[in-house]
Design a binder for this molecule. Sequence first.
Ligand code: SAJ
Length: 421
Amino acid sequence: MSASKICIIGLGYIGLPTAAMFATHGHKIVGVDINGGVVDALNQGKITITEPYLDIMVQAAVTSGNLVGKVTPESADVFIIAVPTPITEDKKADMSYVIAATEAIVPYLKKDNIVILESTSPVGTVKDIICPILEKTGLVLGEELFVAHSPERVLPGRILIELVDNNRIVGGINEKSAQLVKELYKTFVRGKIFTTDATTAEMCKLMENTYRDVNIALANELAIISEKLGINAWKVIELCNKHPRVNIHQPGPGVGGHCLAVDPWFIVEKFPETASLIEKSRKINDNMPEHVLGRIGEILGDVSGKKVITILGVTYKPDIDDIRESPIEHLVGLLEADGNYEIRIVDPFVHNHKYIKKDLINACEGSDLVLLAVNHKDFGNIQFNKVSKVMRTKNILDTRNFFDKKVILESGFRYFLLGSN
Ligand code: SAJ
């Protein structure tokens, strides 16, 4: 496709990398965000999120003149909506950002433009929310204005690699819309691009994350059953997965992030009667911090007075700085509510948390329990014999099957593992 002018609304975890990717592949990009700070930073070639190599790519894109930040949209050939679709307290999709972004571009739309929704959205969003707003332009949708949903599939921490390499789905309101959007993404996507209708594409995106969430719930249920049985769930999983058609996921202290912990609710919201397995799985995963709290209570049952806990990792998954929907934050809330715990957190990726301590030994001074919550690679280098010396009561609870049990026992700790007794 020849170079286009693309207006990308929302400069977050998806919008900004997508903007940089198109800009470094020859397109002219206007990145729009309502947050003036994000726009100012962008125009100086800087980024406000952490993602490997994104800083270098954004700087190159801005320096080339192909990427500029603005706080309001302007006319372009293509408009990409990449704003958040958060979940409300009562587990309903908050579509206000998508609606506001769509309304904001209406005055700038003209014949032959393309509008793409990237944000993960409930099924029916393009048909029932986006299209009715776009009809206000007076343009005939599918003939004069082309519309599609092209959900992102990238894994935080690997965004720039996966944007290029992953297969992609494009769901158009008609065949022509899907084909035009496919051609556009071919500029940088090396994976295959499959076209379908918009509603199918919306469901695909939700089901990909729901598949993972339901499977993790299964692993978590196995972990709790294994604890009751006195066997090791991790061993069960290892052996089961030697079967050619079995792939049990990993248990853990809960499921976080803005995808797995959110998207399944979009299906439940629309089909509360039918989506019972999906809802139950969400609840199993959401309950894991409570389960971990129960294990902590058992392990520290004999410690009198305020019990001191050193939590290793607070992000929602390893080796990133993202704490959105982190189950460890939920656990911290439960420990606070209990009132019997002094909390200390060590996390090489997080610097401004109220319980954060920079130094591990300092964080373990007088502690009763080291809780491995997130398996950041850095935690593989811990010298347990040194940690052991400063602990008040020497306990380790590993929720990720990350530490070497033998080393821990040799350092004088009692060793506990989630999914085992
Ligand atoms: N987790 C487990 N057990 C597992 C795997 C993960 O407890 O076996 C937990 C992690 O600790 C974490 C959470 O699940 O708390 C989610 O982590 P993740 O790495 O599975 O996924 P996300 O949320 O970072 O990214 C997902 C990806 N979706 C799939 O793999 C199907 C990504 O491709 C999507 O683009 C992204 O959601 C999104 O934006 O929707």
